[in-house]
Design a protein around this ligand. Structure first.
Ligand SMILES: [Zn+2]
Ligand SMILES: [Zn+2]
Length: 135
């Protein structure tokens, strides 16, 4: 039996769980993922389309679908947190990695759309690290 991972949004309105069975785990650096996530890249897991059980707040989920291109985002209508959704093809469930409370067992598979990555992104060991906001 695969482990069950729980997740949800920041305000707590939406809660879900899914089995820890992911096929791919991408860090996508494309412009659209940067805009949708508001960050340097989006970390997204992919699994079977039916690997999701909504525990609370399923009716509070809003979805944006780009009118002409294959970009979507599901989010909590109260707090805006990114949430899982079935991709346009209907074949896969995209789970924003940050929406999970637990850590998936799959390691990141790849960085994708690296030609579009921002120049300011630093992922080196020399960068100073803090466990909270620095003084
Ligand atoms: Zn919320
Ligand atoms: Zn992307």
């Amino acid at each position: 039996m695969p482990k069950v991972l729980k997740g949800g949004c920041l305000c707590g309105a939406v809660k879900f769980q899914c089995e820890d069975e992911f096929a791919r785990f991408y860090q996508c650096h494309c412009k659209q993922c940067r805009q949708l996530s508001g960050s340097a890249y989006a970390a997204n897991l992919f699994t079977e389309a039916d690997n999701i059980e909504w525990l609370e707040g399923a009716t509070q989920i809003k979805k944006f679908q780009h009118p002409s291109r294959d970009f979507s985002k599901a989010f909590c209508e109260k707090c805006g947190s990114a949430l899982p959704f079935v991709t346009k093809s209907g074949k896969a469930l995209l789970v924003p990695a940050g929406s999970l409370d637990d850590h998936p067992s799959i390691p990141v598979s790849a960085n994708i759309f690296m030609s579009e990555r921002v120049s300011w992104l630093r992922q080196d060991d020399q960068l100073e690290c803090f466990d909270e906001f620095p003084d």
